[in-house]
Design a protein around this ligand. Structure first.
Ligand code: 13P
Length: 246
């Protein structure tokens, strides 16, 4: 269960939320829990979560290791700040900051090289869904965002994919479990086609888009939904914890 805080929470609010999650009884044999705070909160998260099983992710990064890239953060910087994971290609980055699948591929390569686990996001817009282009869009995003791994025929099995239909993000409109499952199954078949059966079975595919305590259970009942990437509902201790106990 991955909490994407986006650009939210002051340090004080973050401290309260992290302490709340930390003091809860979570069965880490059943669920992996990850928080992705803004960059300026990573250090606090690293300090407060030290010695726990709660993982930390960056919300974005640059593919280079260092240099004149004003405003950017390198893979090593994320690692030094305590991150084991990094979210890449979130639809907000693609739509608002002109990120492309080509740069997502560069970032995924750099993350893997640096020993960070990428959480690669894909998803169609409402217009694309209405025009019945969902599967074409998802296939193209996967082909381009994981181009290097496809060429090599090898995808590290720790890599995580997140299907986030853009029309379901922050709108309160969750994809029905059946609609989400249909796309997750498509993604799994794409993995099997491009890599091998084992990779297809092993890679975790998260669903994101208006996940809440009252819809997580039915989403998690779907055979190809392995977890969730949660925005709004991850900002409150009670709702996030209740999601982790699906
Ligand atoms: P919401 O849960 O607020 O819809 O956000 C989903 C998301 O974008 C997670 O990355």
């Amino acid at each position: 269960m991955a909490a994407n805080w986006k650009m939210n929470l002051s340090l004080d609010e973050a401290r309260d939320l992290l302490n709340g999650i930390k003091s809860a009884k979570i069965d880490f044999n059943k669920v992996e829990v990850l928080v992705a705070p803004p960059f300026t909160t990573l250090q606090l998260a690293n300090e407060l979560l030290a010695g726990t099983d709660i993982l930390i992710a960056g919300q974005n990064m640059h593919w280079g290791s260092k240099g004149a890239f004003t405003g950017e953060i390198s893979p090593l910087m994320l690692k030094e700040a305590g991150c084991s994971h990094v979210i890449l290609g979130h639809s907000e980055r693609r739509a608002l900051f002109f990120e492309t699948s080509e740069t997502v591929n560069q970032k995924a390569d750099a993350a893997i090289e640096a020993g960070l686990i990428p959480i690669v996001c894909i998803g169609e817009t409402l217009k694309e869904r209405e025009e019945k282009k969902t599967f074409d869009v998802i296939r193209t995003q996967l082909n381009k965002s994981l181009k290097t791994s496809c060429k090599l025929g090898n995808l590290p099995q720790s890599v995580i994919l997140a299907y986030e239909p853009v029309w379901a993000i922050g709108t309160g409109k969750t994809a029905t479990p059946e609609v989400a499952q249909e796309v997750h199954l498509f993604i799994r078949r794409w993995l099997i086609e491009n890599f091998d059966h084992n990779t297809g079975e092993t890679i975790r595919i998260l669903y994101g888009g208006s996940v809440k305590p009252d819809n997580i259970k039915e989403l998690m009942l779907q055979p190809d939904i392995d977890g969730a990437l949660i925005g709004g509902a991850s900002l409150k201790t009670d709702s996030f914890l209740s999601i982790t106990k699906f």
